[in-house]
Design a protein around this ligand. Structure first.
Ligand SMILES: *Cc1c(COP(=O)(O)O)cnc(C)c1O
Length: 360
């Protein structure tokens, strides 16, 4: 067996111990004589898996009792529609557009009401987070929407926007569980799990109970109504059972690592190794305003497309894979999620230094 260092933005690296455990339980989960993939979602064995996963997530994030945790399908993208369908009672919502994912959510919401772009960083290719201390929040806005960590551009809000009393809704797909979070500051926090938690095909939605309502927009499908899933404990229909099981294992892993405060410390140390090198390199440089740099997604360039391509190829040959930047921005991007070991980042930087010497 030979494992690479996988810097993919998603689906992404998972903790090896989690993969090993899943492999060991593949043929016989906990004496049931079957794989979790073969198991009824109505079985007591699966009920225990989903209940434990939810409780561990609640422990990790300190989720208050007046918030529900939903394990849903359709990925993060489905939430771009589900949020307005469930929350846009006034048919008005405000968006801070800091990248492609926020932009997609903003565009989708326009189908359901008036979506206002109250701030944007598109003027500088989304390389920074706008000042959000005094934005023109609409008086009748149902919510203010952000994408908290911009996976493609590598920026992160270091401070939440001042929503002037309006509900905050955040897509945290690529920073989920990377650091402690105050859930009470949000109406909804959600994220696709394939970035920093588990396999693809599921989104976790953490939603304040009073936002789970029956008076959703007319025509909202049953499957896209939060109440359907909240009332059924995410078992209205067959959920992504195997994904829930793997996410549950990752939650246990995070607890064993010491929880989100420890993860934040590790993530800061890891990111610093790479950013410090980028700041000192004469070949590579980061593309993001320093104060807004993400701990999870680190884009960088040489300034020469051919050199970028040469680097990506040489890196892959040396076992550092998926470093090519997003197809819309080019250059390179190293995604260094929770499961990327510090050693992976150290070795990548050593490789970059060597490449820089050889290509000076
Ligand atoms: C990847 C990503 C999405 C899209 O996720 P899907 O599960 O593929 O729909 C949305 N938002 C952010 C921030 C992402 O990184």
């Amino acid at each position: 067996m030979s494992r690479v260092y996988n810097f993919s933005a998603g689906p992404a690296v998972l903790p090896e111990v989690v993969l090993e455990e899943a492999a060991a339980e593949m043929m016989d989960y906990n004496g049931t004589g079957m794989s979790v993939m073969e198991m009824s979602h109505r079985s007591s064995a699966f009920q225990e898996i989903i209940d434990t996963a939810e409780q561990d997530l609640r422990d990790l994030m300190g989720i208050p009792d007046n918030y529900k945790v939903l394990f849903l399908q359709g990925g993060a993208s489905q939430q771009f529609a589900m949020i307005p369908m469930n929350l846009m009672q006034n048919r008005v919502a405000d968006f801070i557009v800091t990248g492609q994912w926020a932009k997609k959510a903003y565009q989708e919401a326009q189908k359901y009401g008036k979506a206002n772009k109250i701030a944007s960083s598109e003027d500088k290719t989304f390389s920074y987070i706008p000042d959000c201390s005094d934005l023109p929040v609409s008086p009748d806005a149902d919510y203010v929407y952000i994408c908290e960590n911009n996976t493609i551009y590598g920026t992160k809000y270091k401070e939440l926007p001042n929503t002037k009393g309006k509900l905050l809704v955040a897509d945290v797909s690529s920073c989920f569980l990377s650091e402690p979070v105050d859930v009470t500051k949000y109406g909804i926090i959600y994220g696709g799990v394939q970035k920093n938690i588990g396999p693809a095909g599921m989104v976790i939605v953490i939603i304040r109970e009073d936002l789970i309502r029956e008076d959703v927009l007319p025509g909202t499908p049953t499957m896209l109504t939060y109440k359907t899933h909240a009332d059924a404990g995410s078992l209205y229909n067959t959920p992504n059972c195997y994904c829930i099981y793997i996410c549950g294992k990752v939650f246990k892993w995070l607890k064993n690592m010491g929880g989100l405060t420890v993860m934040q410390q590790r993530n800061e140390e890891k990111a610093k190794i790479l950013y410090d090198y980028l700041d000192s390199s004469s070949l590579f440089k980061g593309t993001v305003v320093k104060k807004d740099r993400s701990l999870m997604n680190v884009p960088f360039i040489t300034g020469d497309k051919d050199m970028d391509a040469k680097f990506v190829k040489a890196a892959a040959e040396a076992g550092f894979v998926n470093l090519k930047g997003h197809r819309t921005v080019g250059g390179m991007r190293a995604s260094i999620y929770n499961a990327m070991p510090r050693e992976g980042v150290e070795k990548l930087v050593a490789f970059m230094k060597k490449f820089e010497e050889e290509n000076a």
